[in-house]
Ligand binder design. Structure first.
Ligand code: GDP
Ligand code: IMO
Ligand code: MG
Length: 421
């Protein structure tokens, strides 16, 4: 069986911490999409670590980690991540496997990402500039290079051909950047990559499943950034939802059991695009401060707002969420009043559906107010000891979404997670 942990909002829901927490219950943790645009934070021996491409199970000695075919992999960033992992005394070669079919991010993909953003003027996506979009374009355009190609003697010729193609595109966008230094680093990192166990991911994972091993698929980004169902065009370039697990790992849909959806107790977004419950005011600033809401990959301040139940119900529907994890509940500890969005008002009409065009200016969130708990919950260990106001807040979410909050995260630490019986 395969369980999935994924984000239900616009990313950064705290997936890394939750995967790290559940990892000991699984034999294999696999990333199925995205790439170094992700930044998954965990705490190991009280020290903060941010992983970008390596699955968040790497710090558990007996857990196998797989970078699946659906990922776009930047070898330069992988090398850096491995150095971090090594500094914790972990032999990253032992438990890390990479799918042959995963596509490579080239230095020119990064340049193309920058060129594309610059060309958009005021309509920038706010990309992390890691080359994600251009790398997925080369995948669907059938031009990309894959990890398995590294072992082909014609790799360099293929690389030069693709680089030339990219150069023409860059010239067309009047974008100039000297990639020669990045290229040197890239080729060094490719040599580094060759030491890993490069496998046929789909056979590897299915063999484990047939042996009865337990697999956990780790999502990156969030459902509202999904290329099909998110707030297009302000999205990422992959399927971040549970359906992406099948194509990103090569597992059949009937293998999927639990879909564990992670949501913050409020909402954030980094980069541009619609965010109906955004608080561009003092309350938003308070949320940012209390939640330390700055991007784990880019350091950018995250936009903050109230929890959006309309978007969350949509995300539960398209993912088939079976359990919810609510993170960063402690961030709301000092708020007198809390709000949740239960409807959108668009052109005077109320709706509980996500519209095709989500123009922020046109959407007015209909908010319900709740009393804050005004208590420190960071040391709480069981659900019963949580403040009554918080229980009311959670039970409203349960009944609106018709999926239960099963875990509440009350701090960034590994042990700060409360199970609701
Ligand atoms: P991810 O991309 O979904 O893995 O999330 P990020 O790592 O980008 O961002 C989540 C941030 O919130 C990280 O800094 C975590 O350490 C932190 N975090 C996770 N859970 C909690 C929580 O329950 N409370 C608080 N205060 N911080 C948390
Ligand atoms: P994790 O896994 C939050 C956002 C970017 C931008 C848009 C497109 O840490 O939750 P891209 O670089 O993919 O072309 O950027 O998506 N974005 C994320 N936001 N968390 C992430 O990952 C993100 N990955 C991409 O900010 O708006
Ligand atoms: Mg993140």
């Amino acid at each position: 069986m395969v369980d999935v942990i994924l984000g239900l909002q616009w990313g950064d829901e705290g997936k890394g911490k939750i995967v790290d927490y559940f990892a000991p219950r699984y034999d294999l943790i696999a990333r199925f999409q995205g790439g170094p645009n992700a930044g998954h934070t965990l705490y190991v021996k009280d020290q903060k670590v941010v992983l970008h491409q390596i699955p968040s199970g790497i710090f558990h000695e007996n857990t196998i980690n797989l970078i699946g075919n659906g990922v776009v992999l930047d070898p330069v960033i992988l090398k850096r991540e491995c150095e971090t992992v090594k500094s914790f005394g972990i032999d990253y070669r032992k438990n890390l496997y990479i799918a042959q079919r995963a596509h490579l991010i080239l230095p020119t993909h990064r340049a193309l990402d920058k060129a594309s953003e610059l060309s958009k003027g005021n309509e920038k996506i706010g990309s992390t500039l890691k080359g994600i979009g251009p790398a997925y374009m080369d995948k669907t355009g059938r031009n990309g290079l894959r990890v398995g190609d590294l072992l082909d003697k014609n790799f360099t010729t293929q690389y030069i051909r693709l680089r030339l193609k990219h150069q023409k595109l860059l010239d067309g966008l009047h974008f100039q950047e000297d990639v020669s230094e990045m290229e040197e680093e890239f080729f060094e990192a490719l040599e580094f990559l060759k030491q890993f166990k490069i496998v046929q991911g789909e056979y590897f994972i299915n063999e484990k499943l047939s042996q009865g091993k337990k697999v956990l698929a780790e999502g990156a980004q969030g459902s509202m950034l999904d290329v099909d169902f998110g707030t297009f065009p302000f999205v990422t370039s992959s399927n971040t939802i549970s359906a992406g697990v099948c194509t990103g790992l090569g597992v059949a849909p009937q293998q999927i059991r639990e879909v564990i959806g992670v949501t913050k107790a409020y909402c954030t977004r980094v980069g541009s695009g619609p965010f109906p419950t955004e608080l561009a005011d003092e309350t938003g600033d308070l949320l940012r401060k209390a939640g330390s809401e700055y991007g784990a990959t880019t350091g950018r301040p995250r936009r903050c707002g109230w929890i959006d139940l309309v978007a969350l119900r949509y995300a539960c529907m398209i993912n088939g969420v079976t359990k919810l994890v609510m993170t960063k509940a402690d961030v709301l500890d000092d708020f007198e009043t809390l709000k949740m969005c239960t409807k959108y008002r668009i052109a005077g009409k109320e709706t509980e559906e996500i519209p095709f065009q989500m123009l922020q200016q046109a959407i007015e969130p209909v908010l319900s107010s709740f009393q804050g708990w005004k208590k420190d919950i960071t040391t709480k260990k069981d659900f019963n000891s949580l403040p009554e106001e918080m229980k009311t807040y959670i039970s409203f979410i349960d009944s609106y979404l018709k999926v239960k909050v099963s875990y509440i995260s009350n701090g960034p630490g590994r042990d700060q997670l409360i199970e609701k019986q």
